[in-house]
Design a protein around this ligand. Sequence first.
Ligand SMILES: [Zn+2]
Length: 353
Amino acid sequence: MPILARMLPSPMFVDIRAGAVAALGEVLQDRFISPSGKVLVAVGPSQGERIWSTVRPSMPDAGVFAVEDASITSAGRLQEALSERGYDAVVGIGGGRTLDVAKYAATRAGVPMVAVATNLAHDGICSPVASLLHRHGKGSYGVSMPLAVLVDLDYVRSAPARLVRAGIGDVLSNLSAIEDWLLAQRERGERVDGLAIAFARTAAEAVLHRSDGVDSDDFLVVLAEALVLSGMAMSVAGTSRPCSGACHEIIHAVDGLFPGVSNHGELAGIGALFASFLRTDRARFDQISDCLARHGLPRTPGDVGLDEDQFTRAVLAAPGTRPDRYTVLEHLALGERETRAAVADFVSHLAPG
Ligand SMILES: [Zn+2]
């Protein structure tokens, strides 16, 4: 019999609500991820410790591992710790960095990973990609996606608001990434995946026009779902393409040239807005710009402390960060003078008054 549908890799359990963490032990047992409860819990520096102390009494056989930074070295240490006692699974509790370290270590150790997200800063909570520091900078690595994803709104609410709303920028950047992918299809014959695009676009559209914000639980649920759907889009596509185009090339360039200037989601928003400006798609540009402004997210390089010259250098360096990826930047192939002019136009277009 012919196969009439494709199977999608996905987490087998997604729970987004206040109090979701309380069910962690039950999820591990009921879903047969770790019937014995012998899991290694990787905690982040901020809220991870707090959550661990809450769930610890109900998980007597679990071990704990403190994730110091989002580096390959940390992931290697976690991988070693995983093999020491033959743990069934790793549970990452924390923000994007902790989850990325846990995803990478779990993939390398060949054990499942459960993600407990404490903020909504970017779409890594459910994605098959880990972004980690190595000796020469930051790299993106293909990893297995989490087997279960828990987002506890009680903890998300107490995370720094700036980190929570940053995820909005990462979700909106899907709209720009999709345009880049379709451009590569038209210009290069690159194969796109309509289902991956459906997930990525639906995620962004769900957030784009909402009038409420991160102080509303309804909004947080939609944002968390949008981040999960973005992860699904990448998993379906087998590449980060549906969520990463010129916007993310710009992030990688800014991270390389001016490390620490801002977080991933905020830069994704600026990158997507600038890429939409280059596409001269004014309707989309205005929608993204209005949404970023409504949530108090940065829109111009100046909003994150970069001057026009620095941003110009980042835009020029951006295509080199992903040589295999064709986006509006590679398509226009602007020289230094034209890029400088485009950045100046972009900034003055967004200037108040
Ligand atoms: Zn991203």
